[in-house]
Design a protein around this ligand. Sequence first.
Ligand SMILES: C[S@@+](CC[C@H](N)C(=O)[O-])C[C@H]1O[C@@H](n2cnc3c(N)ncnc32)[C@H](O)[C@@H]1O
Length: 204
Amino acid sequence: MIDGYNKLYGDWEKRWKNSQEKEQLSLLGRRMFKSKIKSMAEIISDIPVQTVIEVGCGLGYTLDFYCRRGFDCIGIDIAENAVACCKNKGLPVIREDLENIDEKYDLVSSDGMLEHFMDFQPYARHLMRISRNYVLLIQPNHDSFVGKTLVYLSELIKGDKNVFEYNFRINDFITVFSRNGFDVVKNIPVFQDVFRILLFQKRR
Ligand SMILES: C[S@@+](CC[C@H](N)C(=O)[O-])C[C@H]1O[C@@H](n2cnc3c(N)ncnc32)[C@H](O)[C@@H]1O
């Protein structure tokens, strides 16, 4: 485990505690998710992919999207509570740390994980290491007015129920991936630009 992240992992367990019984997306959450999967469906239909790993699959919303589209997919998460919730939903999931994955996948996907690390670069490199061709990230866009406002409101309302997120810019991700041989091939705004879907392809 990369040093100093025990507390963060504890925060995720706490965040997902009891999720199996009562976690539900809010109305806003449902709308955001709907527009996210609409854009993802368009992106995915354009690329040749069979195997998908969803890293940090949480409660399995994004993993469920990949499974329904018929990909050979697996979700991993470090948090036992998240894994139990995905299993309850019948999703293919294992409790594992990204660092310990050795197999390679056509598409490595991660939705809302990197922004929680003070230094996301080691994790970004692991995502690229296990990718045969593509990495897809879904990241909050801290340059968007609506995005910034929603993060601020959510912090005010939910306080430390939220797992802290750093305000990296979309360009930070693009720069780190590019330095490591992955070029951004799609950069799609979602839901008033609150999120960006970034698709990276390995440079040949
Ligand atoms: C914001 S959540 C993802 C939510 C998810 N996209 C969904 O659709 O429900 C981020 C997840 O990343 C997981 N995570 C953090 N570090 C990880 C690591 N090194 N390996 C695997 N999962 C990790 C956390 O436990 C957490 O569940």
